[in-house]
Design a protein around this ligand. Structure first.
Ligand SMILES: Cc1ncc(COP(=O)(O)O)c(C=O)c1O
Length: 403
């Protein structure tokens, strides 16, 4: 397979980066390279491939959908997989989360959650509520508004400071309550684990404090569960573990089991009601071309079937224990500053600039891509949730011997 030089790659310094690894197939937890090598995927294609690759059930449902209706516009038309998926997602959510808006990527889902928040206040004559409170070490996406919510110091979006929404960056309220001013429209947080901003974990008390602060001030609480959702941190959703219900939640990544791009924003009845009036301009002003794509929704149904067929809570609990016992000894290695595990996330934090390159892990049969932040290098495992002991051993051994 030839990797032509016309592709502009993600987060890539083309001047110095090695060529990408050409993948010609993937099964279970393994990526098959064109030179015949197999790598165990330690990060499940950015945490999407929860059930492993090329699962026959997802393949069958997508193939059947492809043969009948791959896509039809969502404006004025309905397709069955999207409408039944919305019902199914709402069935998994605590009340009053009940209205689903489909988009094609996580970043756009966060954009829509922000638009819902700002417009819901504007529709009721409260346009002074423009501020969005977000947190240090957060990551919410790569579009202009979502970049402005990500950490301006440690994140990768420093060149864009000053663009996007009116964001207020605060430390997470780990040991003190938070008071919000009455110009705050919404507070957004990745519940229990901030992921791409450094794989940092926090407790449920932080989320309870945020809920109280929003209730006291009238601001909306948004949980960005794009990374944490679908058992990555243990329970189906982090909000379930925490026992805190937001006003809006964003979902993506493992929703389709890593097969097709789909994300969703689920809002409460109260948020939805703010858009009801006799004026057309009060309607939510958003509608992407591939919204509610039937193929992607069929893949999501298949992924949800699989989540229902097995006990993923137990699966992740067992995986978590294994990650803990395999990674904990790495705390003694040079340059390692912290080892932590939450659910199916195993993290080895290292001094800045000391993490090995992905190629060093690949030589040992593992695909692992450290996060390189301003304050640290973060080597992490977020494998398919179904990974078996043999493949986990490949990852852990590669990590241990490379560090
Ligand atoms: C918490 C969170 N929000 C939003 C996004 C953006 O999702 P996407 O890459 O699908 O745009 C990500 C991606 O890593 C994420 O982890």
């Amino acid at each position: 397979m030839e990797c032509a030089p016309h592709v502009w790659r993600p987060y890539c310094q083309h001047e110095t980066a090695p060529p990408p690894l050409p993948v010609v197939g993937a099964h279970g937890c393994r990526l098959h390279l064109s030179d015949g090598r197999e790598l165990v995927d330690g990060i499940a294609s950015w945490w999407t491939a929860a059930h492993g690759y090329n699962h026959p059930h997802i393949r069958a449902r997508v193939s059947a959908q492809l043969a009948t209706l791959p896509h039809v516009a969502f404006g004025g038309l309905a397709n069955e997989p999207a409408y039944t998926l919305a019902k199914r997602l709402v069935g998994m959510m605590p009340a009053p989360l009940s209205r689903v808006f489909f988009v094609e990527s996580g970043s756009v889902a966060v954009e829509v959650a922000l638009k819902m928040s700002l417009q819901s206040f504007a529709n009721r004559g409260e346009s002074q509520r423009r501020k969005i409170v977000c947190f240090e070490d957060a990551y919410h996406g790569d579009t202009l508004a979502t970049m402005s919510l990500s950490d301006p110091v440690s994140g990768m979006h420093r060149a864009f400071t000053g663009t996007g929404v009116d964001a207020v960056h605060l430390p997470l309220p780990v040991d003190a309550n938070l008071t919000l001013s009455n110009d705050v429209a919404a507070v957004i947080v990745e519940p229990l684990s901030q992921c791409a901003g450094g794989m940092r974990f926090h407790g449920a008390e932080v989320l309870r404090r945020l809920r109280r602060a929003c209730d006291d001030s009238g601001a909306l609480l948004i949980f960005d569960e794009i990374a944490t959702g679908f058992f990555r941190t243990g329970a189906r959703f982090a909000m379930g573990t925490a026992g805190v219900t937001p006003d809006i939640v964003t979902l993506g990544k493992a929703l389709t089991g890593g097969t097709l791009p789909l994300a969703a924003v689920v809002a409460s009845d109260a948020v939805f009601d703010k858009f009801l009036s006799s004026r057309t301009e009060d309607a939510l002003q958003h509608g992407p071309t591939y919204m509610g794509n039937a193929l992607a929704c069929a893949a999501a149904h298949a992924s949800l079937d699989l989540f229902e067929r097995a006990d993923y809570t137990q699966l992740v609990k067992a995986l978590s224990n294994k990650l803990e016992s395999r990674l904990r000894p790495l705390a003694a290695k040079n340059d390692v500053t912290d080892v932590r595990v939450l659910g199916a996330l195993g993290v080895v934090e290292m001094k800045r600039g000391t993490a090995p390159q992905a190629a060093a892990f690949a030589e040992r049969g593992a695909f692992i891509r450290p996060l390189r932040l301003a304050h640290a290098d973060v080597v992490y495992l977020a494998p398919p949730l179904v990974i078996d002991d043999t493949d986990l051993d490949v990852l852990a051994t590669a990590l241990g011997s490379t560090l």
